[in-house]
Ligand binder design. Sequence first.
Ligand SMILES: Cc1cc2nc3c(=O)[nH]c(=O)nc-3n(C[C@H](O)[C@H](O)[C@H](O)COP(=O)(O)OP(=O)(O)OC[C@H]3O[C@@H](n4cnc5c(N)ncnc54)[C@H](O)[C@@H]3O)c2cc1C
Length: 431
Amino acid sequence: MAEKFDVIVVGAGPAGTACAYTLAKAGVDVLLIERGEYPGSKNVMGGVLYRKMMDDIIPGFYKEAPVERPIVEQRFMMLDAESAVTFSYKGMEWAQEPYNNFTVLRAKFDQWFADQAVKQGALLINETVVTECIVENGKVIGVRTDRPDGDVYADVVVLADGVNSLLAKSLGFHKEFRPDEVALAVMEVLKLDKKIIEDRFNLEGDQGCTIEIFGDSTKGILGTAWLYTNKDSLNIGVGAMLSGLIKAKIKPYELLEYVKQHPMIRPYIQGTEQQEYLAHLIPEGGYNSMPRIVGDGVVVVGDAAQMVNAIHREGSNMAMTSGVMAAEAIVRAKEAGDFSRTMLDSYRVNLMNSFVGEDLKKYKDATHHFEKYPHYFEKYIPLMNKAASQMFTVDGTPKREKQKKIWKDIGGAGDKFKIARDLLAAWKVMK
Ligand SMILES: Cc1cc2nc3c(=O)[nH]c(=O)nc-3n(C[C@H](O)[C@H](O)[C@H](O)COP(=O)(O)OP(=O)(O)OC[C@H]3O[C@@H](n4cnc5c(N)ncnc54)[C@H](O)[C@@H]3O)c2cc1C
């Protein structure tokens, strides 16, 4: 198969397919290589797909794509062992076009998206692993695959091979990611009758709800659990920093079992039947962990370049935007007949000036801050739950006395100035 294409894209996740779609639409000869049996067969996501970035690629995609439910409510649960403080935003503007986001099942969605790239003219080959980049005089000129005679050549290779990108690592773009740069997540898809989902989550018709669960759900380790509604199933999962899991000697599937049995969560998933069990790494090092993303004849997009905003659980949107921007830079390079690092660098410049670069920069110190000071999760969430319990328990104690008691507990949990300093530090890394 020693053939030459204009561009080879490695990996048919949101980043790679967005890139291949955009290139094919612009008339570029593009080969999309996927190691899975089909795109999405190996891919994992909590499940929220952001409408805007996908709509920019295929306007009105949600009318025909396999999306599950438009999200109208986002709940946030601060969990202690036997209690939760919950707040949420529900807005009917999200129940109608143009919508804000949708839950999706990646096995279905990625396959549909890759089909659209094929319809634009991209050539997709599945069940093929790219084992290395072919480099000549410092320039990437193709890829080696695990197929017999599996070398393929191109003017540009796009590395969209996801978290850990072994290919970018082999080019020296990054080192092995450290355990404090990735989270390990496990999740289950649980089958449940559509009508029960709607009643249980207070939803009308096809509307959907997401619940992010902090604190006791990860035993105080930096991370989160989630519970999302699909059409006739729920996604429940938990992810925590690998470094925290190693330190606490906790296995992620133990955390997930714990979450499923938690009295605040158990009622939501009663009567469900397990359909799928999935595990995956999430790149959470953010801006400070981003590798080099442009070289001679090569660009890196999506998770392969650590483009995840863990604070806002955004990744697929950043992956798609990076894929599109890489494609646009490649089209410019093709017009100029120059595939050098200097020419392709407009991808990096545009990306860093977009919401992707801006948001990654904004939260660049957040993950490491919360990981270094675990008491935000370990101490302050239980404190908040205790305060709520005291305040809302009607036992004849005057409210002023309750306030004094809460204030005393806060003092007992550490010096009040320290708490104020912590809150200020948290604000600084999030502002
Ligand atoms: C548990 C979990 C929950 C998440 N929740 C959300 C969420 O709710 N919303 C959100 O926006 N983001 C979420 N994310 C992040 C999001 O999934 C990623 O940011 C996004 O999938 C990145 O897309 P990508 O195309 O860069 O990588 P991927 O989706 O990982 O795709 C990489 C593709 O490359 C293929 N591949 C890898 N190596 C090779 C090779 N050598 N040869 C050929 N093919 C190869 C893989 O099979 C895969 O198809 C979550 C991630 C996880 C793990």
